[in-house]
Design a protein around this ligand. Structure first.
Ligand code: CO
Ligand code: CO
Length: 328
């Protein structure tokens, strides 16, 4: 078997962040579980933030996160880059700067050549270099299904974090990458068609978006990943006690996303996202539009409460109403 003939997505039962455990299910599992707590745990489990943040000496905060998933694209190098950009993103989503990452690898040694694994790791290393983050070592296991990601440690100013619980009524909501990689990845997995625009979007770092959000004085943000825009927005509004009004027509999509939806490439994860948010949703748009808004993203952009230069405003935060998310 030559390495170029391998279609990595065929070794994945789920796909990317769409293989996440459904949001409601995960909340049931962790409810009531508490580890060590204290004033130095600045961001913990409570609000479903992107990373844990702990205050350490010298007025610094350490940001810790891990993310890994099964192949979302067939190409090993691209998958490595996407997984790394996605793992680093949770540090950026907290307003931090990644400093060191370690690889997390599951690899079917008997099924797939180790040259392919090398390509995956090369992708991760290249994105780490671009981010100015050391990638050193890690952990690997023999696994019937390939998995790759990183545990990332970053640093942040504890007074300037981007949290889930800090949204304030009266501010706009900005989105720094278009949506649609979920349906496009799903189509890629089914047909082998390659979507360069989706790969470019997923491999792009959220570093500049994070820096721009902090520079604009933002205090609330999250990245849009497996729970989709609606899911992540709901979590932020719930944590902040506010409502988001989304202007569906202002939300940008990658070329091909609407066609992929029309042709039926909606993942089970996306449908679960919408089911989960629906009781907290009031909508004036079609079911198809809601599915696009709930599309499970991999390495999506930042959803920032505030204005980010260059990023479209997709809605606004208002005082809490009956529904946590309103779509118009
Ligand atoms: Co995240
Ligand atoms: Co994550």
């Amino acid at each position: 078997m030559t390495t170029t003939a391998v279609r990595l997505t065929q070794y994945a039962s789920g796909g990317g962040c769409a293989c996440k455990i459904p949001p409601g299910e995960l909340e049931d599992v962790v409810r009531g579980l508490t580890g060590a707590t204290g004033p130095d745990l600045l961001v913990g489990l409570d609000d479903g933030d992107d990373a844990a943040v702990v205050r350490v000496d010298n007025g610094m905060a350490v940001v810790a996160t891990a993310d890994f998933f099964t192949p979302v694209v067939d190409d090993a190098y691209d998958w490595g880059r996407i997984a790394a950009a996605n793992a680093l993103s949770d540090v950026y989503a907290m307003g931090g700067r990644p400093v060191v990452a370690v690889n997390l690898v599951g690899w079917p040694r008997d099924l797939l050549p180790k040259e392919l694994l090398r390509e995956v790791l090369r992708g991760g290393a290249d994105v780490g270099r671009e981010a100015g983050c050391f990638v050193a070592g890690g952990h690997s296991i023999d696994d019937p299904e390939p998995k790759y990601g990183m545990a990332v440690t970053g640093i942040a100013d504890p007074e300037r974090l981007l949290r889930n619980d800090a949204a304030v009524a009266g501010l706009p909501i900005s989105l720094t990458k278009p949506l649609g990689v979920g349906v496009l990845n799903n189509r890629h997995k089914a047909t082998g068609e390659r979507f360069e625009n989706a790969i470019a979007s997923m491999t792009a770092l959220n570093r500049d978006a994070s820096e721009a959000a902090l520079a604009a004085g933002a205090t609330a943000a999250t990245d849009v990943t497996g729970f989709g825009l609606l899911g992540h927005l709901f979590k932020m509004m719930r944590a902040s006690g506010t409502t988001a009004v989304v202007d569906a027509a202002a939300v940008p999509y990658l070329d091909g996303a609407r066609e992929a939806l029309r042709d039926g490439y909606v993942s089970g994860g996306t449908r679960r996202n919408l089911d989960w948010v629906r009781p907290h949703l009031s909508s004036a748009v079609s079911e198809d539009e809601l599915l696009l808004l709930a599309d499970a993203q991999t390495s999506g952009g930042l959803l920032v409460v505030g204005e980010v230069p260059g990023a479209p405003v997709v809605g606004e935060v208002v005082s809490r109403r009956k529904a946590a998310v309103e779509v118009r």
